[in-house]
Every structure is written in structure tokens, then in C-alpha cells.
Design a protein. Sequence first.
Length: 164
Amino acid sequence: MEIDRTGLFKLVDRKKEIINTSNGKSISPTQIENEIRHSPFISEAAVIGEGKKYLTALIEVDAVATMEWARSRDLQIAQYADLANSEIVVRMIEGEIGKANSKLARAEQIKAFRILPEELSPENGVMTPTRKKRRRQIIERYRSLIDTLYDESEDELVMAEMKT
């Protein structure tokens, strides 16, 4: 959402794509994803955070640029899936996310991310033929990866303590 020059709110994303966090913030993921994609090493980002305390992201690295960068530093990287598990690639992407975060409001900043082990595509059902993200399918396909981004143990301990 933005405020136009007359002081009225203007919706800048599709209403159904707005993320409502558990803190009551309504956030447009598209603006954040565009900021993240300014990196030459990131081809796509999917911001996650509906009903959560903070935002996270699934990152599709640029296969050519990242593979070239990574292979010059780690000879064990042979295919795209290796990039997601490479410590040097994770650290480099962390720096790229940090650059994007510096341009975002605190509530819009990405607190954690995971590099996807595969490229997003229409073939795996998470993109349209025109490369638009199918957010629900992304969340379903990568649920276990998303779950690693949120540590619910603290909330569970607080709730258990409140019940006693």
C-alpha cells in the first residue's frame, strides 16, 4: 500500500497477494521481491509470512551467474541443486538479502531465507507459462523448507507455561 499525493491509500499489489503478519502488518510481497531481484545472483524470490511474526523468503538463484561465481570458489559444485547446500553461496546470498533489507522498512525486511534446490518453472507447477508465481503452489511444494524458516518452539513453550 502507498499513500498518494491526496492522502488516500493506494493498493499497489493484487489484494489476494497482500501478506498479513501476526503483528497486524499488511505487506506487499511484490515490492520486496523486486528489491531482492536487483541482485545479479537472484532470479526469483518468494516472500512468505502470512500469519507469521516476520517475513522470510525462498530464493531461486540465477543459474548461470551463481554457478559461475560458486564454481570459481568451490570445485565440488556440479549442478544447480548443489548451490542450495553450499555454505559460500548461502553467505553470498545473505549479503545480497542484506543489501535489499537496507532499502526496506523494518516490517518488510527478510529475517531468514532458503535457497531453492530447483528452479521455479511451469513444469513443476509453481509458475505460469509467463513466469508469474503461483504462491499457493509454492507454499505447498516447499512446505517443509518453509517450516525450517520459522522456529515455533518459543511460542509453544509460552503457551504451555500459560496453561499451567
